[in-house]
Each structure stands twice: as structure tokens, then as C-alpha cells.
Design a protein around this ligand. Structure first.
Ligand SMILES: [Zn+2]
Length: 417
């Protein structure tokens, strides 16, 4: 494919440092579809950036770069939760790792979408304070290895703001001079939170905040869910449209939400023993999606056996164990998102805005809870959720975190005779 005539990003490592969104090129090559927000009617397979919702500038910028083979080797995606950074990163990985630049639905595409492609590395911080030195060491070493399936390798670092200190320094050289066809995608909520030394080596793409009503509309349109379900999904995953889509597709995740809310509601009547039992159930409820994930990973490893060397296989195994740790935290965080959204509904009802609640399928008990608690009680309970979430960063057992959280909620909402 000839290079596109559009304003392409500079291919040099010293690319644009401006924290502005993608240059707004108005040029759309005739051979390419316009960056549509809605699914294309042409067929089931869409070029990857067409599904990136609410970010037309970023989508156009990246499509242009991919079409013209002007991909940079390091990007920094900046934007709030729910702005589609992860989705864009996955789409970019697909473009880089698929032989048809992600316009088909080949085995490589499917593996990337399932985040099970051996040349796609999604790296989340595993330490309390951020990335572990060992993680970055492994990353630096891995970069020196040849790709396994594709002609390129993609590394996504989900929290570039937590890459600091000696690890950041060690990583700098790799970021500056990676082997050709290696792409780093760093992500963070704000540009300022990322070390200047890292930032200056990346091309920065700013993702706009997507208002809830817009996200709900897009989710409903792209998944077939109704508005109510879309709002529930967004609230249950803390606002990420990509995770909301996963939520709408997964029976396990939806069941987990219902179970969590059922347990929280029981706190209205609970005694101390009930709380302990509920915490145990909650722990179990959140193991189910994890077990599903473990089974998936095991299957993926099995599939990879034929084409991976022993060394690569053991590296993959090691990474699976690690990503499970990160996913475990993600799943527990999901429980907190669900509980938070329920408490917020109680608070809304309490202040007379009951028509705005999200968890409409739990309306009856939300009303009861609102009748028995004061506004400041509820704010305290919401704070308890934040504190519980914070504690998961330390080495505290999940069950004991749930126990103290449920005790706090019961203190606020329960009937104490
Ligand atoms: Zn493909």
C-alpha cells in the first residue's frame, strides 16, 4: 500500500510532544472508508478504529498512520477512565500484528482481541507502588526477542504514571531505541502524571472525556442492550465502555453483579454472623469470573504449545500467572464499583433524585435503605468502599477486606436492635 498523502505523524522517534489531540486532518483518502462511529453496513468486519467510539480525531489519526505505514514506535495515550484508551491500544495492536492491518478477522486479529496474542504484551503494575523492577527487567529482555507469530511486537503499559524511579530509568533506553517494528503504547489519565523523560519520547494522543449519556447511547447501539442495561453495565465497571461491553456479553459478570447487590442488600437486616457469612460469599462470587479466566488462559497456553519454543512458553506461563494477579485485583475492583453504584443510588434516592438511579432492578431495597440512612451516613459508606479498594493494593486477604467493608455498610444501613 502506498504511503498516504494525509498529514502523517512524524515517524522519527522525536515525534510531536504536543499534548493535543491528533492533528485534525480533513483529508480522507478515497480508497478508505470515512471513520464512521456506527458499525459499517458493508459487512461484519470493520477496520479496527471504526469501532472506537466517541474519539473521531484519535480514530482518524491512527487509521491514517496505519494506512500510510507511519506508525510511531512509542505512543502515550492520555485520557480519563472510559475514554477508550485500552480499546484504541488493542485496535492499534491489531493493525500492527495482523497481515491485513486488522481489516479482516484472521487468527491474529482474534488472538489480539482476546489479548492472547504472543506478540501483544499488556503490562499492568503488579506492585503496591507501581511496576515491579522485575516486571520492567522482563519487559526489557523480552523486547530483544524476535516476534513469535507476526512481524511486529506491541507492548501496552496500562499505567505509565506508575512507572517511576530506577525502573523508569532502566526502561528509557529501550523506549528510545527499540528494535524496529516494536510499538510501545503507554497509557495514563493525565500527561502531567507521567515522567517528563518518558513523555518526551512518546507521541501523545489525547482522548476526550465521553459524557455518560453519549457512552450509554453508543453502548446501546453497538451491543443491542437497552438504555437501562447500558447504564447498569457502565456503572458496574466504573465507566469503561470497553469493559461495559464485556460485562453485557458475559453471563458470569452479570450474575456476579446481582449476587453482590443481593449480599449488600442483606446488610439491611444482618447481624454480625451474617456479615461474616456474606463476606465469605462475596469472596466466592468474585472467584467465579476469575476461575473462568484461569481456564481461558490454560486453554490459550495449550493452543500455543505447537508454535512456541520452550523458553517462550515458560515466559508466557509466567506472564499468565502475573496477569492473573492483576486481573484478580481488577475483579475485586469490579465488586467495589458495583457496591459504589448501589450506594450512590441510595444517596440519590435519599436526596430526592430517585428517578436518576442506575440499579433500577434493585429499586425496592434502595428505597428502604434510603429511608433508614442519613446523607452523611451514606457518604461515609462510600468512603468505606474507597478505603477497601485502597487496601487491595496491600497484601490483605480479600475476605477480610470484604468483611470490614460489609461491617461499615451494615453500621450505616442496618437496623440495630
Ligand atoms: Zn487480521
Amino acid at each position: 500500500m502506498p504511503p498516504s498523502a494525509a498529514h502523517a505523524p512524524a515517524p522519527a522517534p522525536s515525534a510531536s510532544h504536543a499534548p493535543a489531540p491528533a492533528p485534525a486532518t480533513t483529508h480522507t483518502p478515497a480508497h478508505a472508508p470515512a471513520p464512521a462511529l456506527a458499525p459499517s453496513a458493508a459487512g461484519p468486519v470493520q477496520p479496527p478504529f471504526d469501532t472506537l467510539v466517541g474519539q473521531p480525531l484519535v480514530a482518524r489519526f491512527l487509521s491514517t498512520a496505519v494506512r500510510g505505514a507511519h506508525l510511531n514506535h512509542a505512543y502515550l495515550f492520555i485520557g480519563p477512565v472510559g475514554s477508550g484508551k485500552t480499546e484504541a491500544a488493542i485496535s492499534l495492536a491489531r493493525s500492527a500484528l495482523c497481515r491485513n492491518r486488522g481489516t479482516d478477522r484472521c487468527d491474529d486479529c482474534i488472538r489480539v482481541l482476546r489479548r492472547a496474542h504472543p506478540d501483544l504484551h499488556v503490562i499492568e503494575p503488579e506492585g503496591v507502588e507501581g511496576y515491579l523492577a522485575a516486571q520492567i527487567r522482563d519487559l526489557i529482555h523480552d523486547v530483544t526477542l524476535a516476534p513469535v507469530r507476526s512481524d511486529a511486537k506491541v507492548y501496552v503499559l496500562t499505567r505509565a504514571d506508575l512507572l517511576t524511579g530506577a525502573s523508569a530509568n532502566a526502561f528509557l533506553k529501550t523506549l528510545e531505541e527499540p528494535p524496529s517494528s516494536t510499538i510501545f503504547i503507554l497509557m495514563a489519565r493525565t500527561a502531567e502524571s507521567v515522567l517528563e523523560t518518558l513523555r518526551s519520547r512518546c507521541q501523545i494522543l489525547a482522548f476526550r472525556y465521553i459524557p455518560e449519556v453519549e457512552a450509554v447511547g453508543v453502548l446501546a447501539e453497538t451491543t443491542g442492550a437497552n438504555e437501562e442495561q447500558a447504564r447498569i453495565a457502565l456503572a458496574a465497571v466504573g465507566g469503561s465502555t470497553m469493559r461495559a461491553r464485556e460485562f453485557l456479553r458475559s453471563d458470569t459478570l452479570r450474575d456476579a453483579r446481582v449476587r453482590v447487590l443481593g449480599i449488600v442488600e442483606r446488610m439491611l437486616e444482618a447481624d454480625a454472623l451474617d456479615v461474616l457469612e456474606a463476606a465469605r460469599e462475596l469472596t466466592v462470587a468474585f472467584k467465579a469470573p476469575l476461575d473462568e479466566l484461569k481456564a481461558q488462559q490454560a486453554a490459550q497456553l495449550e493452543e500455543s504449545r505447537d508454535f512456541l519454543s520452550k523458553g517462550a512458553l515458560s515466559a508466557l506461563e509466567k506472564r499468565s500467572t502475573r496477569s492473573l494477579g492483576a486481573r484478580e485485583r481488577e475483579h475485586i475492583a469490579a465488586a467495589f464499583d458495583v457496591i459504589r453504584s448501589w450506594l450512590r443510588d441510595v444517596l440519590l434516592t435519599r436526596i430526592g433524585r430517585g428517578e436518576d438511579i442506575v440499579n433500577v432492578d434493585f429499586r425496592a431495597n434502595i428505597g428502604r435503605a434510603a429511608a433508614g440512612a442519613t446523607e452523611s451516613d451514606l457518604i461515609r459508606a462510600l468512603k468505606a468502599v474507597d478505603e477497601a479498594a485502597e487496601r487491595t493494593r496491600y497484601n490483605v486477604s480479600v475476605q477480610s477486606i470484604f468483611e470490614s467493608l460489609l461491617f461499615s455498610i451494615r453500621e450505616v444501613l442496618g437496623h440495630h436492635d
